[in-house]
Design a protein around this ligand. Structure first.
Ligand code: ZN
Length: 247
């Protein structure tokens, strides 16, 4: 029974953070297990940030401007690693948006884990090679004033902005959750269309970009159209809560 419990914990930590399960295994040898886990995790975390470049990944900034991770959650859980080329692209587009709209803070969401191609970053199907990154939308207050560093949901995902547009038939199985009951919990901040359009445009104009996903009603609202701007399809996760890009 205890073995099952530990296996579950290691499994969950591995799915969530890639390396956290190792810290739990190491902590099993200590009497003050939780403390040992926290300390071991901290050591592993620092090691991952230092060593990831050897495998061609680097950590995106957890603090600072004009680009940072949306929440400490992404940094603590080691989900903020991408290839250097993608890190450069993210920094460059954030700088372009900031140049157009001074004071704008661009927020990154899930990137990838520090090591190994093919290790999936759940629940994403594709974030497994350091070449994928999600960005949060920008939002305003009710008067249309930009809200720096703020999203609608705690982690930037799942506050959907195009639920009124029925563009897919109801299908199953599907990753296209709409999480209706959650929607009323999130504050009703309007999308900052101008800034989000500026970010999307900067991304689409960059030759390093391979492909971008955004929900068609939002692309239309922003007047965006580009061969690299795609619809992810009806069985994949929605993209009216964030922008997905890949090299
Ligand atoms: Zn994505």
């Amino acid at each position: 029974m205890r073995l099952l419990g530990h296996t579950l914990i290691v499994g969950m930590l591995t799915i969530l953070t890639q390396l956290g399960g190792l810290a739990w295994l190491g902590a099993l040898g200590f009497r003050r297990r939780l403390l040992a886990f926290v300390l071991l995790y901290a050591v592993i975390w620092v090691g991952a940030v230092q060593l990831a470049p050897l495998g061609g990944r680097q950590a995106l900034p957890c603090f600072g401007e004009p680009l940072q991770m949306q929440s400490p959650f992404y940094c603590v859980t080691l989900r903020h690693f991408v290839k250097p080329e993608l890190a450069d692209l993210a920094g460059d587009v954030a700088a372009r948006v900031e140049a157009e709209f001074p004071g704008t803070l661009t927020l990154a969401l899930d990137g990838g884990f520090p090591f190994f191609d093919g290790f999936p970053l759940l629940p994403h199907l594709s974030h497994s090679d350091g070449e994928k990154l999600d960005f949060a939308f920008y939002y305003t207050d009710a008067m249309g004033g930009y809200l720096p560093g703020k999203t609608r949901s705690p982690l930037g995902y799942f506050a959907f902005d195009a639920l009124d547009h029925q563009i897919c038939p109801k299908a199953w199985p599907t990753m296209r959750w709409d999480l209706r009951p959650l929607q009323s919990v999130f504050p009703g901040r309007p999308l900052d269309v101008a800034r989000t359009r500026a970010l999307a445009t900067a991304l689409l104009q960059d030759p390093r970009l391979g492909k971008m996903f955004l929900e068609p009603p939002l692309s239309e609202q922003m007047g965006l159209s580009h061969p690299k701007l795609r619809f992810q399809g009806c069985r994949a996760a929605r993209h009216d809560d964030h922008i997905h890009i890949q090299l």
